[in-house]
Design a binder for this molecule. Structure first.
Ligand SMILES: Cc1cc2nc3c(=O)[nH]c(=O)nc-3n(C[C@H](O)[C@H](O)[C@H](O)COP(=O)(O)OP(=O)(O)OC[C@H]3O[C@@H](n4cnc5c(N)ncnc54)[C@H](O)[C@@H]3O)c2cc1C
Length: 404
């Protein structure tokens, strides 16, 4: 049976987050963006309503909601700004989900719980100056020394590097091996002398959020903070990315809906040639396409979330929704700018902020080209879904109703 109805908990979540975002973030976001300012209270505010651990079980400090709820929260946060949704992507999708899937019970209690409760802010350090899509070419190293590893190297383009307390970092324990030489480590900033972060100041969008680099010089990490076995880092990174991607694709639907709302409002207020511009068929075409893009991409992420709830492999579905939704969001934002005319090409209205913000998601968590290739390979039978040990545990409700 297929059921498109949101559960009462999901409906309540959407209402709560939408209202909270409108009150707490919408009034200041445009100003913060223009001033390139990340408000450090943002993470705390998300924690206050349980969003920092939304899809993790209560026994790990989370809110005990399902993965569709994570998608819905991603959409609602990006409706206001990509910088806010990015927190869910890196903190939950990339860092938290990696620990949830790959951590031992002891690690989940010790490392995941403070992330889920919002006590600590998590980030994900995979990309290096010379290795983005080509992860296996990374140069960072982790040398075993007694009960610890010694990490050296540089990570870059790390979202919220400058504000995170916990980093899921990838480095080579066998520098001569490619994929199989990579291992994963959970690094706590305060326990890591030799770890420094610095912001990237010249990025071209998501101004209200932080992106930085991590420099590691003889950073000691205890063995008990290694996730999985030595050499499993590549698979861990790919499973984390799949969950991050899910939030990116769902979030892109927030950009589409925001552009649709802004465009329909403006098109009924602005007049040209004696009528509302919404009466012109070419303007209607842009708005109709925005609606079509939003509705179809929302279905793609709900389906991916449904697969996750069942504990089924969802790599193909997630790659498809992330790829399609990010391109669609960029097109919606571009059309919204068009509808606003010259006013769209300024920061007097928010549409150009959505356009600036919509570009990076096409690049991160798998570029457009990587996802196109993946989809081609899945269709041709050259690529198979990852084994179920790489998927999130099936969603199991812990109690009758959830309050957020
Ligand atoms: C705002 C922002 C936030 C980010 N946040 C994080 C983060 O939190 N953590 C993190 O680790 N990283 C993060 N990244 C980095 C991001 O994941 C990488 O930029 C991305 O993986 C692409 O890598 P690259 O930039 O090195 O490009 P490259 O991999 O060098 O790619 C350059 C071009 O070549 C194409 N290309 C590469 N390989 C192939 C191929 N096999 N076939 C066809 N085309 C190919 C690409 O599609 C692209 O068009 C972030 C990036 C941005 C912009």
């Amino acid at each position: 049976m297929v059921d498109f109805t949101l559960t009462p908990d999901q409906v309540l979540l959407v209402e709560t987050v939408r209202d909270y975002m409108a009150r707490e973030f919408m009034p200041t976001i445009q100003e913060h963006d223009v001033n390139h300012y990340y408000d450090p209270d943002t993470f705390k505010k998300l924690a206050e309503i349980g969003l920092t651990g939304i899809c993790f079980p209560e026994r790990y400090g989370g809110a005990g909601m399902d993965y569709i709820s994570l998608g819905l929260a991603s959409e609602e946060t990006e409706y206001v700004d990509t910088s806010i949704r990015t927190i869910l992507s890196v903190h939950i999708g990339l860092c938290g989900c990696g620990i949830y899937i790959w951590g031992t019970e002891e690690q989940k209690q010790r490392l995941l719980r403070p992330l889920a409760s919002g006590e600590r802010f998590g980030a994900f350090g995979l990309t290096e100056p010379g290795a983005g899509s080509d992860v296996a070419n990374m140069k960072a190293t982790a040398r075993r020394d007694g009960d610890s590893y010694v990490l050296n190297g540089e990570k870059t383009w790390v979202s919220y590097a400058d504000y995170a307390d916990t980093f899921l970092i990838f480095a080579k324990t066998d520098p001569d091996a490619k994929h199989r030489g990579i291992s994963a480590f959970v690094v706590h900033r305060e326990d890591a002398p030799g770890l420094e972060t610095r912001p990237i100041k010249d990025k071209s969008g998501i101004y209200a959020g932080d992106t930085g680099s991590i420099f590691m010089s003889d950073v000691r990490v205890p063995v008990e903070n290694r996730l999985g076995d030595e050499g499993e880092g590549f698979v861990i990174a790919m499973t984390s990315l799949e969950n991050g991607r899910y939030t990116v694709g769902a979030g892109a639907c927030g950009t589409m809906r925001a552009c649709l709302d802004l465009s329909t409002k403006y098109a009924t207020e602005r007049h040209a040639f004696g009528q509302e511009i919404g009466r012109f068929e070419l303007v209607q075409q842009m708005i109709a396409n925005m609606y079509a893009r939003y509705e179809s991409n929302r279905l793609l992420y709900l389906r991916a979330g449904w697969l996750k709830n069942l504990g089924e492999p969802s790599g193909r579905a997630v790659s498809l929704q992330k790829w399609q939704a990010c391109d669609a969001a960029f097109q919606c934002a571009s059309d919204a700018v068009e509808i606003y005319g010259a006013y769209g090409y300024s920061d007097e209205y928010p549409v150009f902020r959505y356009l600036r913000n919509a570009r990076a998601p096409i690049i991160y968590e798998g570029t457009r080209e990587i996802h196109t290739m993946m989809q081609g390979e899945y269709a041709l039978g050259y690529r198979a879904e990852k084994p179920t040990r790489c998927t999130l545990p099936p969603y199991q409700p812990e109690r009758e109703a959830v309050t957020v």
